[in-house]
Design a protein around this ligand. Sequence first.
Ligand code: NAD
Length: 468
Amino acid sequence: MFSMTIDGKPAETVATFDVVNPTSGEVEEQAPECTPDQLDVAMASAQQAFASWRKDADARRGAMEDLAKAIVANADELTAALVRESGKPVAVAAAEPAICATWLGYYAGMDMPRETLVDDDTALIELAHRPLGVVAAITPWNFPLGLAMWKIAPALRAGNTIVIKSSPFTPLASLIMGRIMGEVLPPGVVNTITGGDALGAAMTSHRVPRKVSFTGSVAAGKKVAVSSAADLKRVTLELGGNDPAILLEDADVPDAAAKLLGTAFFNTGQACALPKRIFAPTARYDEVVEAFAAVANSLRVGDPYDEATNLGPLSTKPQYERVTELVADAISHGARVAAGGGPVDGPGFFFRPTVLADVSEGIRIVDEEQFGPALPILRYDDIDDAVQRANDTEYGLCGSVWSADADRATDIAERLEVGTTFINTHAILPPSVQFGGAKSSGLGVENGLPGLLSFTEAQVVHRARAPR
Ligand code: NAD
């Protein structure tokens, strides 16, 4: 039985909701639905724990290192739950507990900066950073543990306490990690709750949290921003993307196709920062389409536990229906299917790795975030036109430019209106590098020192040295 962890203890399960295994398409588990009273208890517990947790940075570092070890020790159980609820191939799922340990170790080892602004006869003025208090953390279903730890590790290091909610599609691994956190950390430091979108909304409008850290869709992110504004909670929003990848005429096409398509279909295409629109020069268009289609056709879709599997199912039924609909819509508007083209027959939410050619703006799969294994390849004649079209979207998460001339590619890459622009690679996201979206892809950043500071409030400490 899966239970929430509130105030360091398993919480009583009052009501439950269904959890579907996307490999079978069947309901396989029940997860606890957090009641309004339980949310209040979780918030009060986090608020109480904050008073002592904020005081001792060395104790926090030690606890974070212990937590990393406990997560590694329980990695098999966490991985199995992830495979069950999300359909990820086991190797992709196994990366998540490892990411958690890496992020905890990175932030446990980081010093909180304290900057001297003035140091003269009159004063010592320093800039320090205080924790905010209780953080409400809300995560999506595509990387349930990894994206949670992008919030938990820096929030804990800075001295905050947390109430965290996973996506209702993928509560299981998060509940297990909640149990582990409850065993290792003092009671109330991290409270793990589960429930639907209404619970997320109740968290953002709750009077206790001083910060909301949200990862999810643009539509929900906008609601979170409005709700948090009521009492000026600090907000970080990591939202969707529609990343462009532009190949220049001198790009190494087979290399770019292998890397870009492998990245685009990582986690069955379900990640925010993946290539979602490919721009190819007309002179090399057919070669590019052929190369991408060959890579797509070489990928195996199937049982997440089969080591030969590259792509598991889409993780949720709505996502499966959405990708199916977007591909059918593109085909009905004249897209040429270079690979794949639709769902796999049979149970579960499996979809064939799909490459669409002869597509352009004005078709939904180009204009919207597809979040699945279906990639449109667009044609361009003029690089300025390609850059303008790449930027002609509300999204601005990442982008990339591919060329044998890295300097020229860098010049073009810097013209993309995105939070991270890559040259001859895409979606490499180490813990030390800040990550965030431009435009509607987000507000604020996670990771690196800026990610840590986003869980603090700056405080000027002004010590007078001489009477004035
Ligand atoms: P979603 O917005 O539907 O849900 C995300 C979380 O928010 C869930 O826990 C959900 O219950 C909760 N939620 C929904 N409505 C809410 C509200 N009004 N107030 C508070 N919480 C609410 O997104 P999803 O479908 O789970 O995830 C996919 C989306 O997440 C994609 O758009 C993807 O690009 C984005 N994403 C972004 C990043 C990033 O770092 N930029 C990373 C991964 C995923």
